[in-house]
Design a protein around this ligand. Structure first.
Ligand code: ZN
Ligand code: ZN
Length: 183
């Protein structure tokens, strides 16, 4: 993005919104796709020493459900807060408690700022560590591997029935129950 005269003076602000054509990203073990890139809605402010970019990003993200291995579709919104300094600071910037580096980028010599890193890191911040196709995803059957969201293979009921049977067999009424069955 090229900075023009609208941001030439301290205090100048300019709203920018647009679209970033990213196709995907990786976070930990997870691969995500961005079928329609990501959208941003920012305000750029000339803060004297640099340009402050604040606002929101949103994206439709496709990943793989951790439970059923089916496609998981996430709508992610994230917050952008990035500082682009006009030049490297003359003195060391004082570090706040617990910070080990100052977070800023630089305005390019051609008066441009590259927002893509800031937009992507806003997306990464809001991407969940556990990816689910839906909150109550039933996952895969441990016996036959069927996707329990789509089919009821019956194994869960069988396991439950077997447990019930074991409980009955262990109870002092087991003998009575067998009598009933014989009738
Ligand atoms: Zn799932
Ligand atoms: Zn099954």
């Amino acid at each position: 993005m090229v900075l023009d005269e609208r941001l030439a003076n301290p205090g100048d602000t300019r709203a920018v919104s647009g679209h970033l054509d990213e196709t995907g990203y990786t976070l930990g073990e997870h691969e995500f796709r961005l079928p329609s890139g990501m959208d941003y809605d920012l305000v750029l402010t000339n803060a004297g020493e640099g340009i402050l970019a604040t606002g929101m990003i949103s994206a439709r993200v496709l990943g793989v459900c951790d439970r059923c291995l089916d496609e998981a579709e996430l709508d992610i919104k994230g917050e952008v807060d990035e500082y682009f300094l006009f030049k490297e600071p003359d003195q060391e910037i004082e570090l706040g408690e617990g910070e080990d580096e100052v977070d800023y980028s630089l305005v390019g010599s051609d008066h441009t700022i590259d927002l893509s890193d800031a937009l992507l890191s806003a997306l990464l911040m809001e991407t969940p560590f556990v990816v689910l196709c839906r909150e109550d995803c039933k996952g895969l059957c441990p016996v036959c591997g069927a996707n329990l969201n789509d089919v009821d293979c019956g194994h869960a009921a069988q396991i439950e029935a077997q447990r019930e049977q074991d409980r009955m067999d262990a109870s002092p009424f087991a003998v009575l129950k067998n009598l009933n069955l014989d009738e």
